[in-house]
Ligand binder design. Structure first.
Ligand code: PLP
Length: 372
């Protein structure tokens, strides 16, 4: 009789993900392996570990953890953008068309517009909201989704769009950075690739850059892995090891972050100087219905508008607990006026708030005094 699989909770899954079986005298989790060449005599196929650009045991442990969480083989990269490039450049060839969100992470859009287009790839853009990308699928090779989108927190229906893309023979990739695999599982919702910046909430301590690709089809994972070897932008073992350590607390971090985000979003709704509060977990949010269907947690990001750039900057400067910084997903609450960078279609007073692990009531008190 086969052993019955146990469905563990998220906390248990992240604590145990990718951890090797116990061996007496060995640490509970192996330390980072620093190696360029490894000892290798005779047939190179006798071990996966011959040269540090091809493979590293620290990557292997972390990738096993990601595979358990994503539901498909994973490949770790030096950054989220390295992971995004790997999928775009492995899948797309001159003459192909890709359908991108017009409101996704700025650098992903710029990469497509500046580099893919120069290789003869047709780049089509449509907004995330309302599943508008679905109208551009004819003849496309790849549909690229980002949901919830950064910075606008728009949501699209992954299952619906993946079905439509597959019906015309296109592959589907989801940038799952804002949700994390505990918030949303793109491969289970029909996507072929789940891509993320692990720099953000997945690792959550604002101290490293990393990214990953998980693929439903192991052959695509192998193509992406080969891309990493050939292009050589490989992750460092120390960053990868730290990422795996940080992953163990993902469930407890998200529990606090998502609960606080919901409370703060509700509180912001009642502030007269604040407009257009966006949080996919607010029942009044335009994204709520789709988000509730496909997300397991609504996340830690909130968007809102203050009347103008000066008011937004003054608010940020007055915060004591909320640091002004780009990026998001860390244990420290941070915020930024997103329009300061240019490139995103957001109002001058738009603030993206990334809720961390501080106590909810302390954060609300700080936001209140800063708004005041
Ligand atoms: N995807 C999203 C949604 C992001 O917000 C970011 C970075 O902000 C990236 C990808 C790129 O990740 P990285 O900075 O790790 O290259």
């Amino acid at each position: 009789m086969g052993e019955q699989a146990i469905e563990y909770g998220d906390g248990t899954r992240v604590v145990h993900a990718g951890i090797p079986a116990p061996v007496d005298g060995q640490p509970l989790r192996p330390g980072p392996v620093f190696a360029a060449p490894y000892h290798l005599s005779g047939d190179p196929a006798s071990t996966p570990y011959g040269y540090g650009r091809d493979a590293n045991p620290t990557w292997t442990w972390y990738e096993r953890a990601l595979e358990e969480l994503e539901g498909g083989p994973a490949v770790v990269f030096a950054s989220g953008m390295a992971a995004i490039s790997a999928v775009l450049f492995t899948v797309l060839r001159p003459g192909d068309a890709v359908v991108m969100p017009s409101d996704c992470y700025y650098s992903a859009r710029a990469l497509a517009q500046e580099e893919l287009a120069a290789y003869g790839v047709e780049v089509r853009f449509a907004p995330t909201a309302g599943d508008a990308q679905g109208a551009l699928l004819d003849g496309a090779r790849l549909l690229w989704l980002e949901t919830p989108s950064n910075p606008g927190l728009e949501v699209c229906d992954i299952r619906r769009l993946a079905d439509a893309a597959h019906a015309v023979g296109a592959l589907v990739a989801v940038d799952n950075t804002t949700a994390t695999p505990l918030g949303q599982r793109p491969l289970q919702l029909g996507a072929d690739f789940s891509v993320a910046s692990d720099t953000k909430a997945l690792t959550g301590h604002s101290d490293l850059l990393l990214g990953h690709v998980a693929a439903r089809d192991p052959q695509w994972a192998a193509r992406v892995r080969r891309w990493r070897k050939l292009t050589g932008g490989v992750p460092g073992p120390m960053e990868t090891w730290l990422a795996h350590r940080s992953l163990a607390t993902l469930d407890v971090r998200l529990e606090r972050q998502c609960a606080s985000a919901r409370a703060i979003a509700e509180w912001l709704l009642g502030r007269p100087e604040v407009r257009h509060v966006r949080y996919p977990g607010l029942p009044t949010d335009p994204s709520y219905e789709v988000a509730a269907k496909q997300m397991r947690r609504f996340g830690f990001l909130i968007g809102f508008e203050l009347p103008d750039a000066a008011r937004a900057e003054a608010f940020l400067a007055a915060c004591r607990l909320v640091g002004t910084a780009t990026s998001f997903g860390g244990v420290h609450t941070t915020a930024e006026r997103r329009a300061r960078w240019g490139g995103d279609a957001v109002p001058e007073g738009f603030v993206r708030l990334s809720v961390g692990c501080e106590n909810t009531e302390d954060l609300i008190a700080d936001l209140a005094q800063a708004l005041g």
